[in-house]
Design a protein around this ligand. Structure first.
Ligand SMILES: [Fe+2]
Length: 231
């Protein structure tokens, strides 16, 4: 293994490589036991991400069956509503306070299950069918460490991630990215989003509007407002 990684990160990677059958409890324990310092994550911070990408997404490590990324969240940065494709185990470690929404899907309809924020030092579990949305509704930049893994796949563990785009009335699949206003090149497949309830849409709209305003994407804002009026 290359040795250019900071110490705690290298220990975390080695610990994950040495386990053959990982679950969410194990990965959360390993992340807690190998906490990365601010200095150790500094090389991977990407607050200077493209204006059209709705958060910074820096791949740190990918050996096929698991990958580690550092996401960077400027004020107004948000994911779309998304799940995690083929991911079988994983977690997010928070280096700041993140706004978070957890959804459940009942009869193909999204419902908000939880609106609790995550705080510095907390670890949230992730698996493929976890459908959520997160971002920065505060004025302070922060980062999050993400690990996505599989015990059965040896490549592209987060492929087939489902991303909901209410403003375009679409559900798309990607290799794992969940940007708002997604670049078409990142889209693997596309299906219509036939219905979204008014509560989910108005909450989503309030969270993503700052990103669309920042990027002067007026048509997307109008689309959402039109759909809100009609729901
Ligand atoms: Fe996610």
């Amino acid at each position: 293994m290359k040795t250019e990684f900071p110490k705690s990160l290298q220990q975390l990677i080695l610990a994950l490589q040495n386990e053959s059958n990982i679950d969410n409890t194990m990965v959360a324990d390993l992340v807690s036991a190998n906490r990365l310092s601010d200095n150790e994550i500094a090389p991977y911070i990407s607050y200077g991400h493209k204006s059209t990408e709705s958060y910074g997404r820096q791949l740190i490590y990918d050996n096929g069956n698991f990958k580690i990324l550092l996401m960077s969240w400027k004020k107004g940065d948000f994911t779309a509503i998304h799940n995690h494709g083929y991911t079988e185990w994983g977690c997010v470690y928070f280096f700041g306070e993140a706004t978070h929404r957890l959804y459940e899907i009942e009869n193909e309809e999204l419902k908000i299950l939880q609106k609790d924020n995550f705080h510095t030092g907390e670890v949230a579990s992730v698996c493929g069918d976890l459908t959520h949305m997160m971002g920065n509704a505060s004025s302070k930049d922060f980062t999050t460490l993400h690990i996505y893994g599989s015990n059965t796949r040896n490549h592209d563990v987060s492929e087939n991630a489902k991303v909901y785009i209410p403003e375009e009335q679409k559900i798309v699949t990607t290799m794992g990215s969940a940007y708002l206003h997604m670049d078409k090149q990142l889209v693997l497949s596309e299906n219509p989003l036939n219905y979204i309830n008014g509560d989910v849409l108005s909450d989503y709209y309030s969270l993503v509007k700052p990103f669309y305003e920042r990027n002067h994407l007026i048509q997307s804002i109008r689309n959402m407002e039109d759909i809100l009026v009609s729901t």
